[in-house]
Design a binder for this molecule. Structure first.
Ligand SMILES: *[C@@H]1O[C@H](CO)[C@@H](O)[C@H](O)[C@H]1NC(C)=O
Ligand SMILES: *[C@@H]1O[C@H](CO)[C@@H](O)[C@H](O)[C@H]1NC(C)=O
Length: 509
């Protein structure tokens, strides 16, 4: 019996690989984004070392947490409605700081130095220096892009093809773009490429400074930065044609849009379950996430919202970090709401949200139309896309939003086209030949077992930019054509001279 058990445990570990997963951005939503990759890998029996800002206190089988919660988002405590703190340069600097703090953490250094992993999973966040982890380990690198596909990602795994056809992810023009939008798209692309180019040498030197000591200590040669950043075995992208434009992708780019939503929806707490069950007339969920704290909401705005919600013939669940006294009976406030489980309930008719990608994906998954009140980052363009998708209305975030919200609620709850459209998109969203859990498990294992899935990568990476634009061939053909032209001209010239000599002679006679 004992030997059988020993044998079984050997078999079990033989299928499990040792995988390093790194959460780089210190925010709860990015924790969920990496956890959405970690969970299927655990389920497949792999050993996970999870570098995370939110380690769970309960031990999880096959999982080792490395706590990096000392790394903080400097803007986390600040008011996220302040637009001056959101420029791309600030975000890039923040990304560099986070990468530096991560690799400076003693526990992170220790595992990178001493352990042998079979693959490394990182999330892309405005910097490519984290390519160093897989480069030092010399194992397949799996990159997670928690946003929809964008041109920088394209440039890492392929050649950039989407500029003339697909608006950049924070431009909200409809497709097909008109001339003005296409011009704007191209200019923005050029601007961002120039930015990346300027940033390149800084990131390259970061990469070398952080990772060459590790490479040395492990006795391997650190690949050049430009090679490392393109050495992506699999790129998981948080997009799906039900909400992001279809585009051509190389086979190692795998769309797993909405993968963070658990397959089995966790049960609701009893009090919320009771409220939802006893509201067949309909429930409105109002949550602006964790980023907008109550202090960002003025007293009169609060009063307006309570009045608007109080007049609705529906139950309203309001996520708010402060209790409010004397609320109308149909409004229920909680500081924490299990959003996925609530949206999954059949009585939920509408979701009022900041329109962040994760919330948008959850509303699509469960077919709940939305009123978006975007605040920052990609929220405005997500919201605009949802409006274009026909399952949303959008209003501005302002102290006077009570009035516009009332109008939007009236329109949305009296016209069922938003609801029907949301249900249709939900069908598109869930109708996939292979579920995301299986995709994640398959491609990670496949990358490990094929030593980096080179056969799935775009061949465009093997050529330089002028070869891809066929400029060398054009130049060659031009030279040939010019030569032919010159030879031809010479021959014609000879004939002409011949003729004119002849005619000249004739004239003289
Ligand atoms: C990055 O780190 C530097 C040095 O510690 C600090 O001065 C700067 O404010 C940080 N930048 C951001 C955006 O957090
Ligand atoms: C996902 O796909 C796998 C493999 O096809 C299957 O075993 C699993 O049951 C699926 N999960 C769900 C929730 O459909």
């Amino acid at each position: 019996m004992k030997s059988v058990l020993v044998f079984l445990s050997v078999v079990a570990t033989a299928f499990g690989y040792n995988i390093l997963c790194i959460q780089s951005v210190p925010s709860k939503s990015h924790y969920h984004l990496m956890k959405g990759i970690v969970d299927p890998l655990l389920k497949a029996g792999h050993q996970i070392t999870f570098i995370s800002h939110y380690p769970e206190s309960k031990p999880v089988k096959n999982m080792k947490y490395i706590d990096v919660s000392h790394i903080k988002m400097p803007t986390e405590a600040d008011d996220r409605t302040d637009k001056s703190k959101q420029s791309i340069a600030v975000v890039m600097e923040l990304a560099r700081n986070i990468s530096r703090d991560l690799i400076a953490t003693p526990e992170v250094r220790e595992v990178l130095l001493k352990e042998k992993f079979d693959a490394v999973v990182t999330e892309w966040f405005f910097s490519d220096t984290n390519s160093g982890y897989a480069a030092v380990q010399q194992v397949p690198w799996i990159l997670l892009n928690s946003m929809v596909m964008h041109t920088h990602m394209e440039s890492l795994v392929d050649t950039v093809r989407s500029v003339p056809t697909i608006p950049a992810f924070f431009i909200d023009s409809p497709i097909p773009m008109n001339f003005g939008s296409r011009l704007q798209n191209t200019l923005l692309y050029l601007l961002m490429s120039t930015g990346s180019l300027l940033e390149y040498s800084v990131l390259k030197s970061d990469y070398e400074t952080y990772f060459s000591p590790f490479a040395k200590a492990r006795g391997v040669t650190l690949p050049p930065y430009n090679e490392a950043i393109h050495d992506i075995s699999v790129l998981f992208v948080n997009s799906h044609p039900s909400f992001s434009p279809a585009q051509s992708l190389p086979p190692n780019v795998v769309e797993i849009g909405g993968y963070h939503i658990p397959e089995e929806i966790p049960p609701l707490p009893k009090d919320l379950q009771d409220i939802l069950d006893s509201s067949p007339q309909g429930v409105v969920l109002f949550s602006m996430g964790s980023i907008i704290k109550s202090k960002a909401l003025a007293e009169h705005t609060r009063r307006d919202l309570i009045k608007v919600f109080g007049e609705l013939p529906y139950t309203v669940l309001w996520k708010f970090d402060e209790n409010i006294e004397g609320l109308p009976k149909n409004i229920h406030i909680r500081s924490w709401m299990p959003q996925t489980s609530i949206l999954a309930h059949k009585n939920v008719k509408l979701f009022i949200t900041h329109g962040g990608l994760l919330s948008t994906l959850e509303s699509l998954r469960f077919g709940v139309p939305i009123i978006a009140i975007p605040v920052f980052g990609d929220q405005p363009s997500n919201a605009q896309k949802s409006v274009q998708g026909g399952h949303a209305l959008m209003i501005d975030f302002s102290p006077e939003m009570g009035g516009p919200l009332k109008d939007a609620l009236k329109e949305m709850l009296s016209n069922d086209r938003y609801y029907k459209r949301a249900k249709y998109l939900s069908q598109l969203f869930v109708d996939r030949p292979v579920n995301t859990t299986h995709l994640i498990q398959h491609y990670v294992r496949h990358a490990i077992e094929t030593n980096g899935a080179h056969h799935l990568r775009s061949k465009a990476l093997l050529y330089s930019w002028y070869e891809l634009w066929m400029l060398d061939q054009v130049a060659f053909l031009l030279v040939i054509l010019y030569t032919i032209y010159r030879v031809f001209k010479k021959i014609v010239g000879c004939f002409k001279r011949d003729k004119s000599i002849k005619t000249g002679k004739e004239k003289r006679h």
